[in-house]
Write a protein that binds this ligand. Structure first.
Ligand SMILES: [Zn+2]
Ligand SMILES: [Zn+2]
Length: 382
């Protein structure tokens, strides 16, 4: 009698888990974002609105993106046949070419089997990468020389990370040259910042003024130009520590004039919150608004004027969430049972090395096992 009710309870848990996994599939694929929204912004939104920790949110976004090109795994998750944990592991290695084979692994094995096979798979991938890195390392070169007319010629083949540093250095140098040229004809500072005391800052002499309160605290930093000089930018980063848009958390940003420079808005610490590039665009081009309240706090609003709170309201669930989920899936024609996600595994010992030998494409090339064997197996030796 007791065994029977325990079995029933187990079935209920298994069936409910399948519902939760199927629901995870639809929520992962429908995270609202505009086209071109970078993954970190999507993850930050999930963390802000849904309450996932940032690591889990990043994984959710990565999995959703990977499933965009892996329809078989996406369907298996949406039908509750594969758990989210299995799909998360499989998407670390799956490609459209290997997806079908890896789906068999997911269906046949437990979550632990899947995790171990994926780890073995990545080891083989890394070995192949090492071979590729060695090949690229051998083909590196860089030539810098002066041509007959004095022009400097650069020609080379660099490792991606070295190339990225070079490109960054070049664009920083270009920006520095541009700012130098601009600084020569910067706008004059409009009528006065009254100050108890003020001092000019080394490095930005004549361009930045700091105002201190009676207690000696810095209460304002002001520049005479629309562009934000380095000292003010440092103060801005120190104060805001990243983008101030609710739920963003990106550490790098640009100063945004709350009151626009063209309308008399000054380049001062109080008129400049830090916004990441994505949210700076949202404010300038997508109708998001922000103001600084009299108490110094920032207030963000959606394009429709609704307040965008720092911490969102908890979602309201009306009724029994389990009943709601079941009813929703029933309406969608999704039939989920206690056995829906049960693996085909019958207790055999998993031989990871053998499994990789019959499943991994690069191992397959030199493997004595045939393709038909790889279709049959989930990684357990017959
Ligand atoms: Zn701006
Ligand atoms: Zn941001």
């Amino acid at each position: 009698m007791e065994t029977l009710s325990l079995d029933r309870l187990g079935d209920e848990i298994a069936e409910l888990s399948a519902h939760v996994d199927a629901a995870t599939a639809s929520s992962a694929s429908s995270t609202p974002a505009r086209a071109g929204t970078p993954d970190f912004a999507r993850a930050a939104w999930l963390s802000w609105r849904v309450g996932l920790d940032l690591g889990a949110a990043r994984e959710r976004v990565r999995v959703a993106r990977a499933l965009g090109t892996l329809p078989l795994l996406a369907q298996a998750l949406a039908r509750g046949e594969l758990s989210y944990a299995k799909v998360r592991a499989l998407t670390r290695v799956a490609t459209p070419e290997t997806e079908e084979r890896l789906l068999t692994v997911g269906r046949g094995g437990t979550a632990d089997h899947v995790e171990r096979i994926v780890r073995g798979w990545r080891r083989v991938d890394r070995k192949a990468e090492d071979v590729e890195v060695t090949r690229r390392h051998a083909s590196r070169s860089l030539h810098v020389y002066q041509d007959g007319d004095g022009m400097v010629i650069l020609r080379g083949r660099l490792a991606p990370e070295v190339g990225a540093v070079l490109v960054q250095a070049l664009s920083a140098a270009r920006e520095a040259l541009y700012q130098q040229a601009r600084g020569k004809d910067a706008d004059a500072w409009p009528a006065g910042v009254s100050a108890e005391t003020s001092r000019r800052l080394a490095g930005d002499a004549s361009r930045v003024v700091m105002r201190h309160g009676l207690d000696g605290r810095v209460v304002e930093v002001a520049a005479r130009t629309r562009t934000i000089p380095p000292a003010l930018r440092r103060a801005l980063h120190h104060r805001d520590r990243g983008c101030r848009f609710p739920g963003c958390g990106v550490r790098f940003g640009q100063g945004h004039h709350i009151h626009h420079w063209a309308q008399g808005g000054p380049t001062t610490l109080s008129n400049l919150p830090l916004l990441c590039r994505r949210h700076h665009r949202a404010v300038h081009e997508e109708g998001y608004q922000l103001d600084r309240q009299p108490d110094g706090e920032l207030c963000f609003r959606c394009p429709d004027g609704q307040l965008l709170p720092e911490v969102p309201r908890a979602p309201q669930v009306f009724g029994d969430p389990v009943k709601i989920l079941r009813a929703r899936h029933q309406a969608e024609g999704l039939v989920l049972r206690a056995q829906t996600a049960t693996p085909g595994w019958l207790g055999e010992r998993l031989d990871v090395g053998w499994a990789i030998d019959v499943l991994h494409p690069s191992a397959l090339e030199s493997s004595p096992f045939s393709a038909c064997q790889s279709k049959r197996t989930i990684g357990t030796r017959p």
